[in-house]
Design a protein around this ligand. Structure first.
Ligand SMILES: [Zn+2]
Length: 245
């Protein structure tokens, strides 16, 4: 059985002398792991189309209990990211998130668009890195069913007037009179978090935050992500070690 779809190569690992196993976030079938036979040695279009950070049109076939790349043609490559270790490690973290949170054998168009848009904005510096990192973390958690409860105060049911408190453990927001502890956030940060979780896809990147608020948002979204997802985010560790001041 053959099937075709577009997908972004999230990672690749060598198998034996000349084969690779690649992990692809596909539009129609979610995360697919497939063997790419001879991909290492052949200097052909398939070789480049099956490398990490390449968005390609794939045809897979099923062989016993595994998938094999029948053909791959690149549509768009984000190889320019390789010239900048900071951007590259963040891009690899985006790929780790997708590999961890996107489903298998299910339509994953929204996940794919999210990652492709973030990579495009990262490589072209359309938004600050912390902005993109917070957007992809909170939005992907939302897609995966981990959206925090960011409406009214979870205790009294009122809209917080000014600052509020984001409680990571309960994924909820509280007003100052109900919960004077936890992570204090400004109205601007709360509204940015609400926007990231609920905005239509075409407006997702249309908001602004002051740099100091962006620092705070990025820190909180990462802590929230790590509280909800048990993934092993090596690229995030690397990025934080080298580039978080
Ligand atoms: Zn309250």
């Amino acid at each position: 059985m053959k099937f075709s779809t577009d997908g972004l190569v999230l990672k690749s690992a060598d198998v034996g002398e000349s084969d690779r196993i690649i992990t692809v976030l596909t539009k129609d079938y979610g995360v697919v792991r497939a063997f790419s036979n001879g991909a290492k040695k052949l200097r052909n279009s398939k070789q480049s189309a099956t490398q990490p950070l390449c968005y390609s049109h794939f045809t897979f076939y099923q062989s016993r209990d595994s998938y094999v790349v029948d053909d791959a043609r690149s549509i768009e490559t984000f190889f320019r990211l390789r010239d900048d270790i900071e951007k590259l490690s963040l891009a690899q973290y985006f790929c780790e998130l997708a590999g961890e949170l996107a489903p298998e054998m299910e339509n994953s168009q929204e996940y794919l668009s999210l990652v492709l848009n973030c990579l495009y904005m990262l490589v072209n510096e359309k938004r600050p890195q912390k902005f993109l990192k917070a957007v992809i973390e909170l939005r992907m958690l939302t897609l995966a069913g981990y959206m925090p409860s960011l409406g009214v105060c979870s205790a009294c049911g009122k809209e917080p007037e000014g600052d509020s408190f984001f409680d990571i453990a309960s994924s909820s927001v509280y007003c100052p009179s109900c919960k004077p502890s936890g992570e204090k956030i400004t109205k601007g940060i709360l509204n940015a978090m609400r926007h990231i979780c609920t905005a239509p896809a075409e407006k997702l990147f249309s908001f602004e935050l002051a740099p100091s608020s962006l620092d705070r948002l990025s820190l909180l979204s990462e802590r929230y992500l790590l509280s909800q997802s048990r993934g092993n985010y090596k690229a995030l560790d690397f990025y934080n070690k080298l580039f978080r001041e």
